[in-house]
Design a protein around this ligand. Structure first.
Ligand SMILES: CC(C)(COP(=O)(O)OP(=O)(O)OC[C@H]1O[C@@H](n2cnc3c(N)ncnc32)[C@H](O)[C@@H]1OP(=O)(O)O)[C@@H](O)C(=O)NCCC(=O)NCCS
Length: 164
């Protein structure tokens, strides 16, 4: 990668960047589990601008990572007591494996300051994402049932002790 990546905290006016990235990334993540006729519609609903704005109003912060002139990934997270809870973490496929996911997690950690734990929800069937989290020092805490539209999934709740 030729340009140094930069993470920035965004405001509500820039949530369309998150929406656009999610529409490119999320359907690819779920293409094996969700019918092609429904996947874009579900992605639109999940990353609807009003929904993202509500999340921001409710205390969630969003960061976008840029490489050169391109926005290529994002994270959202909130502080919940001793936990930094990561809700969404997505990097465009072509930009994976360059440390951008890690950089986004670091941006959230730096913003919230010392916390005792990081928590993230990861689809149990997404081996690459589970491996990323294991590699980043998370451990599987438990499994929970989740629902996207009519589709049921199993997610791991993964925790990392920050020792703060
Ligand atoms: C998960 C995701 C954000 C990782 O982003 P990324 O930019 O590729 O990750 P990084 O390059 O920062 O990798 C960080 C570390 O994880 C490791 N890693 C990343 N993907 C991995 C994989 N598939 N298997 C094993 N290790 C992996 C890297 O080697 C690196 O290790 P290091 O710190 O020892 O060098 C990206 O794969 C993604 O967008 N996945 C789809 C969306 C998703 O499922 N998000 C939820 C995940 S919590």
């Amino acid at each position: 990668m030729s340009y140094s990546p930069r993470c920035r905290l965004i405001s509500a006016e820039d949530l369309d960047i998150v929406h656009d990235l999610a529409m490119q990334i999320w359907p690819k993540c779920y293409k094996r589990a969700i019918a092609p006729t429904q996947i874009d519609e579900l992605a639109s609903a999940l990353f609807d601008l009003d929904r993202l704005e509500d999340a921001m109003d409710g205390g969630e912060s969003f960061w976008v990572v840029r490489v050169g002139d391109n926005d290529v990934g994002f994270i959202s997270a909130r502080l919940d007591g001793a936990y930094i809870r990561i809700s969404r973490l997505y990097v465009l496929p072509d930009y994976r494996g360059f440390g951008l996911g890690k950089l986004l997690v670091q941006a959230a950690q730096a913003h919230f300051g010392p916390a005792q734990h990081l928590a993230v929800l990861v689809n149990k069937d997404h081996d690459a994402s589970v491996d990323f989290c294991l590699r980043a020092g998370f451990a599987i805490d438990r499994e929970i049932a989740t629902q996207v539209g009519q589709y049921g999934f199993t997610h791991y709740v993964m925790h990392k002790d920050l020792g703060a």
